[in-house]
Design a protein around this ligand. Structure first.
Ligand SMILES: [Zn+2]
Length: 161
């Protein structure tokens, strides 16, 4: 037998319809399955879409990350803030708070430590300025130093001081 145009056409139709080579050979008659395959190959029909290939071609089931339904926090309803009346903060002289705050002869008050710090001739000479111990011209810290000094030096300077 020979591949007439008619038979070739039949082969093509059957091939494209998805028939197997052996089925086509049977339909055509007089040809073997291998002959059908060989002819189909020569006709360029081998690349027919096979169901399997199609299955692979189709995008694989992509694992779509299912977004978890996050627990949406409910808007917190806050009670209106009731502002308490702000009491005026008593203003405390800074010099009383700062132990070693520099105090000059101009800012020195009776309640501030008069312990001299530095050389009186220097520009940065100042007084301790800390809160003094009641009855003493110095703060607690300097009063002790003064006491030690006067103890060493004697009564005379203590009277003067
Ligand atoms: Zn002092």
């Amino acid at each position: 037998m020979s591949w007439t145009a008619e038979r070739v056409e039949t082969l093509e139709q059957l091939w494209r319809s998805g028939r197997s080579a052996s089925q086509i050979a049977q339909a055509l008659g007089g040809v073997t399955r291998n002959a059908v395959i060989g002819k189909a190959h020569r006709l360029g029909l081998m690349g027919r879409p096979s169901p399997i290939r199609d299955g692979q071609a189709v995008e694989r089931p992509v694992r779509v990350a299912v977004p978890r339904v996050a627990a949406v926090p409910k808007p917190v309803v806050r009670p209106p803030v009731v502002r308490a009346p702000v009491e005026p903060t008593p203003i405390t002289p800074v010099a009383e708070l700062a132990g070693d705050a520099s105090a000059t002869i101009l800012t020195l008050t009776e309640r501030m430590c008069k312990w001299p710090i530095g050389d009186p001739r220097d520009e940065d000479f100042h007084f301790c300025g800390g809160a003094n111990v009641p009855g003493r011209p110095y703060c607690d810290h300097h009063a002790r130093r003064a006491y030690q000094v006067t103890t060493r030096r004697g009564e005379e300077e203590r009277k003067a001081g």
